[in-house]
Design a binder for this molecule. Structure first.
Ligand code: XBP
Ligand code: MG
Length: 245
């Protein structure tokens, strides 16, 4: 894959985009991130965290600016732990406290996603449909909770979305979250495919680092919260997957 997908400049020429498009269509396996890549979900995650804090009587409120900064820590439980340590008064939360709080957050998130019928980003549905028509293998490598992926894709893609993906690796399936390569390595293991057969589709520097550390080249679709990330190591950077149809 590295041989057929050279790294590109951040503003590639139309000819480069066309040649990469052709080559993307030949990759045997496409591995998708979820949050920010398939859908702009982070504002819903933020509301769900705040609802869980309110419910638990914890006087925290994550505004958009704070949340953008906190997103450098991937994974909800890890984000809560990092905030408790860095934000006065430093709350002492046990692993069990964090797990309970995070379970409530997941309940709020799945309810809110269903309620607001969160949509896929432009081009995602036809991109997936075209890949399946070409008999490419699809997989998911995400740091979010499996129930969140299910809540989103059941509404936004199809009730039987799971059948379209040969492997789905979610946050708690692996010891370390992105930027560690664990989620990507687990996908390769489950599919029994080498990294050279794959292309990852991501939206953040943490996701880029995770896939790159697993030797998988990365296509970046810029998202709301990670627009300023350094993604210069990606093979291509686009605003939307719709740009590649
Ligand atoms: C997404 C995340 C997730 C969600 C929260 O990262 O960092 O942590 O914000 O999900 P990526 P949970 O798109 O790189 O996978 O609260 O379920 O952990
Ligand atoms: Mg993401």
């Amino acid at each position: 894959m590295n041989a057929i997908l050279p790294r590109l400049a951040l503003s590639p020429s139309p000819a480069h985009v066309c040649s990469v498009k052709d080559r993307i269509a030949q990759v045997p396996v496409l591995i998708f991130d979820v949050d920010g890549t398939l859908a702009e979900t982070e504002s819903v995650h933020r509301c769900a965290f705040n609802a869980a804090f309110r419910e638990a009587g914890i006087a925290w409120y994550w505004d958009q600016r704070t949340y953008k900064r906190l997103l450098q820590v991937a994974g909800g439980k890890e984000r809560i732990r990092a905030f408790a340590r860095s934000h006065p008064p430093h709350l002492i939360l046990s692993d069990n406290d964090i797990a309970c709080l995070h379970r409530r957050k997941t309940a709020h998130y799945t309810r809110l996603i269903a309620l607001h019928a969160c949509q896929l980003r432009p081009g995602v549905e036809p991109f997936i449909r075209n890949a399946l028509a070409r008999h490419q293998t699809l997989a998911i490598a995400t740091t979010t909770t499996y129930d969140n992926v299910d809540a989103l894709l059941r509404v936004a893609l199809a009730p039987d979305w799971r059948g379209r993906f040969a492997a789905v690796v979610a946050g708690d399936d692996v010891p370390l979250k992105k930027p560690a390569p664990d989620a990507y390595l687990e996908v390769l293991e489950r599919l029994r495919r080498p990294a050279a057969d794959c292309l990852a589709i991501e939206d953040s520097a943490n996701g880029l680092k995770a896939a790159t550390a697993a030797c998988i080249p990365v296509l970046i679709t810029r998202s709301e919260y990670f627009r300023d990330d350094d993604v210069s190591q990606a093979v291509l950077v686009v605003d939307e997957l719709a740009d590649l149809l």
